[in-house]
Ligand binder design. Structure first.
Ligand SMILES: Cc1cc2nc3c(=O)[nH]c(=O)nc-3n(C[C@H](O)[C@H](O)[C@H](O)COP(=O)(O)O)c2cc1C
Length: 222
């Protein structure tokens, strides 16, 4: 499965043409998720309704982007510092659309705020259908190594019923196999490992050829 790069909710609501164009899906790309980001309940709900008209297989909410112009303004991973708002947005988007809603986030804002255990339960209670966890904090940006132990802890929490998708530093089928076995995740998401590799899905043994557009991520079920 492939996902689009994140799409700004504000830009969608304002019908910015270059942003609206990002919603175009070709059937060869399916199943496909469209990801949106923003920091306002009303515009995230409106954007989700607009996205739904493009008929993606799921709508993903980005609460993980660490870059300053996104997280610094409270969107993306910035939402890790305002969990009540993150939950409001998630709850209201789930309520507003029929398409399955999923969330992608990080372990927490920084090493002193590793909130993912509790957060995963709260997000599940908002009605999301799956949760992707990138095993880094916002402060780490893309440095250091992804910590899969916390992802595994969420997966083994008996209260968690939704699929947990692990993400971070997977670049080979062998590594994928290892994290499936060691951490029990339901799927993995691959980001940087896909860049410039159009045959990647074949290498990982996914049934279809690579999507016509270079995918940002591919999810692999067990
Ligand atoms: C250039 C670049 C663009 C990215 N864009 C997005 C994005 O739009 N949405 C998102 O959720 N993650 C985005 N990511 C993060 C990746 O999806 C992934 O979470 C992160 O790179 C860790 O996984 P990896 O080690 O497999 O790359 C981006 C990463 C990079 C390097």
């Amino acid at each position: 499965m492939v996902y689009t790069e994140f799409v700004s909710a504000e830009a969608l609501v304002r019908s910015i043409k270059s942003t609206v164009n990002k919603l175009t899906i070709s059937n060869e790309e399916r199943p496909v998720g469209i990801q949106i980001y923003g920091r306002d309940v009303v515009s995230m709900v409106e954007a989700a309704k607009i996205v739904e008209e493009a008929h993606p297989d799921l709508i993903d909410l980005n609460f993980g982007c660490p870059v300053k112009k996104v997280a610094g303004k409270g969107a993306g991973a910035g939402m890790l510092r305002n969990v009540p708002l993150m939950l409001d947005i998630t709850r209201e988007v789930v309520r507003a659309v029929k398409t399955p809603v999923t969330v992608k986030t990080r372990l927490g804002w920084d090493q002193n705020n590793l909130i993912i255990g509790d957060l995963a339960e709260k997000l599940q209670d908002c009605g999301i259908q799956a949760l992707t966890i990138h095993g880094r904090t916002r402060s780490q940006m893309y440095t250091g190594e992804a910590d899969w132990t916390l992802i595994g802890a969420v997966k083994s929490n008996p209260r968690i019923r939704i699929p947990i998708i692990g993400n971070g530093d997977i670049t080979s089928p062998e590594q994928a196999q290892t994290v499936f076995e060691r951490y029990g995740v339901d799927a993995i998401m691959i980001g940087r490992g896909t860049f410039g590799r159009r045959g990647y899905s074949k290498r990982f043994g996914i049934g279809s050829t690579a999507a016509p557009l270079t995918p940002l991520w591919i999810l692999i079920g067990k």
